[in-house]
Design a protein around this ligand. Structure first.
Ligand SMILES: C[S@@+](CC[C@H](N)C(=O)[O-])C[C@H]1O[C@@H](n2cnc3c(N)ncnc32)[C@H](O)[C@@H]1O
Length: 261
């Protein structure tokens, strides 16, 4: 059995990162951006590398039929734990599948979904191509693909803010870094992923930043008006030059109407 790297990261990610101001901003901003593109519920959503379901459980609450697919037993156990607090109707709309993203088409029986999400996953892959191709295979014609990826163009910012000037200097041309969870992460660009989506039969529609100021500032939860920060971050995520500086970006596309791409 392959070692589950998320066994050790599940706590820091689910309990710690999501509880920060930045974590809350991430959930809020991504959700608001996503709702600009999703068809109304009920519609089917595949959350590829969906982890504990932070992005897709809110969709199930709204009436979407959600499949959370992840290769980590530890992360799916977290999803299960979070689901246990939901009412029966929400629980009945969520299906947890343990499989690698690369095998998602088989693991979901060749089903096509109205939307395929892949948030915070590509940065842990050696290369984005296999999962982008899977997104193209799993989305129905006219359906939505939503990717959140690490921004390879802002890699100098974090080391600079941490006064690691030698790392900041190499960060300008870096494509990988040790991320906040201590794992090796890989950055992408909007342009490159847009090209890969097109190759997979998905037309890019829009891209956004996700968080900016809350990455740069120390914002203690108890002392911060999180709603006010989130409102500012949402606005920054929609416009240049702010969105270009975001540490991660959100790219949304629509599958071309012909099937069999
Ligand atoms: C940072 S978490 C993001 C979870 C969720 N998408 C979210 O936004 O909250 C990354 C998740 O991707 C999963 N993952 C990474 N590579 C994967 C792969 N190749 N196939 C399936 N899951 C994968 C990990 O197990 C982990 O749960």
């Amino acid at each position: 059995m392959v070692e589950d790297p998320w066994r050790a990261l599940a706590g820091p990610f689910v309990d710690d990162a999501y509880a920060t101001v930045k974590g809350r901003v991430r959930t809020f901003v991504l959700h608001r951006q996503l709702m600009r593109h999703l068809p109304p519920p009920p519609a089917t959503v595949l959350d590829l590398g969906g982890g504990a379901g932070h992005q897709s459980l809110p969709l199930a609450r709204l009436g979407y039929d959600v499949t959370v697919l992840d290769r980590s037993e530890a992360m799916l156990a977290r999803a299960e734990g979070r689901l246990a607090h939901e009412p029966d109707d929400v629980r009945s709309r969520v299906n947890l599948v343990r499989a690698s993203g690369e095998a998602a088409a088989d693991a979901t029986g060749g089903r096509r979904f109205a939307a395929v999400l892949c948030h915070g996953v590509l940065m842990y892959q050696p290369a984005p191509e296999p999962l982008v191709d899977v997104m193209g295979q799993c989305v129905e014609p006219g359906g939505v693909v939503s990717i959140m990826a690490l921004n390879a163009q802002t890699m100098a910012v974090r080391p600079a803010l941490e006064h690691r000037w030698a790392d900041a200097l190499t960060g300008f041309d870096a494509t990988t870094e040790i991320g906040v969870l201590g794992a090796q992460t890989r950055g992408d660009t909007v342009e490159h992923l847009s090209g890969l989506l097109q190759r997979a039969g998905v037309e890019p529609q829009a891209w956004y930043g996700v968080w900016l100021f809350s990455d740069w500032l120390d914002l203690p939860v108890g002392e911060t008006d999180v709603e006010a920060v989130a409102a500012v971050e949402l606005e920054a995520s929609l416009r240049d030059p702010y969105r270009q500086l975001s540490r991660v970006f959100h790219l949304v596309g629509t599958s071309r109407l012909q099937s069999g791409q």
